[in-house]
Design a protein around this ligand. Structure first.
Ligand code: PAF
Length: 283
């Protein structure tokens, strides 16, 4: 059954109050729509853990550093609602823009440290937009648990830190990245790539896996990165913005995975920016 779409905060709050009165637990899955199997896996995790599930759909203008990217971001509300009909979703919250940023809105949430590298370096302002909208969505939904994909690993770390620092009583849960059979991480932006480009884009994940295998075998990170960059170039990737080995928690740069680490990448394919990351066990 299709869940009701609510666009006003007052309506969401009224539902939430009923649930809390009944002693129920509430989960939120924040999204920008264009839902794919990755989002739906978050909904599954949310419904397994909580009595009530809210999926939010809001294309947040404040997190787009590139106006063209914002204009081209897929908006598929009708299809999204149809996809969610197969799940136990109680409310789809698609706030009218003024419910998030009313006239005169002046507050910015900014998390320092974690946000200065990788996405923070290449997308100035992006993480302030993410932290601000997530703080608002956490407070508006009053959820006990929030579900995020590990595909946006840096985002997950920053949102967790923001909730902790601001004492927002919510548990931020990271769920595994869902991939195509080719290994390509699912992303709403993949919709903008041709079939042929999607096949070439899967090289990113394969090269990252090869780097992790090399690191496990004690090979040098600089040489591994050079090989991977050459393979990405040959597959038709444009700029590779970063291909970094970092501490899994602090995101501090590492030369060797002497403690639990993550390999993270951002690279352009046919005008579309793709990101991915994988686990690197300590060796
Ligand atoms: O990952 C996303 O889709 C967005 O960054 C999020 C968390 C919904 C905030 O707008």
């Amino acid at each position: 059954m299709t869940a009701p779409i609510l666009r006003q905060l007052a309506d969401l709050r009224a539902r939430h109050a009923e649930w809390i009165r009944a002693g129920e637990t509430v989960a939120v899955v924040p999204t920008m729509g264009a839902l794919h199997a990755g989002h739906l896996s978050l909904v599954e995790a949310a419904q397994a853990a909580c009595d009530r599930v809210i999926v939010t759909i809001f294309v947040n203008p404040r997190q787009f550093n590139n106006p063209e990217d914002l204009a081209n971001y897929p908006r598929t509300e009708h299809e999204d609602a149809e996809k969610l009909a197969d799940y136990r979703v109680d409310v789809i919250y698609v706030p009218d823009p003024d419910q998030i940023y009313p006239e005169g809105y002046a507050t910015n949430v900014s998390v320092s440290g974690l946000t200065e590298v990788m996405e923070g370096e290449f997308r100035p302002g992006h993480f302030d937009g993410v932290a601000t909208v997530c703080a608002k969505l956490f407070l508006q939904t009053g959820a006990h648990k929030a579900y995020f994909g590990q595909k946006d690993y840096q985002q997950l770390m920053l949102v967790r830190r923001m909730a902790r620092d601001l004492d927002i009583p919510i548990e931020v849960i990271g769920c595994p990245t869902v991939r195509e059979a080719s290994g390509l991480a699912m992303s709403s932006r993949n919709l903008r790539l041709s079939e042929e480009a999607l096949t070439r884009a899967a090289t990113l994940h394969r090269q990252m896996q090869a780097m992790v295998a090399g690191l496990k075998a004690g090979e040098d990170i600089v040489a591994l990165e050079q090989t991977a960059r050459a393979a990405l170039d040959a597959a038709g990737f444009g700029e590779v913005e970063y291909l970094d080995l970092r501490d899994a928690v602090t995101l501090e740069r590492l030369a060797r995975p002497t403690r639990p680490a993550r390999l993270l990448a951002a690279a352009w394919m046919d005008g579309i920016r793709l990101i991915d990351n994988i686990d690197v066990p300590a060796v």
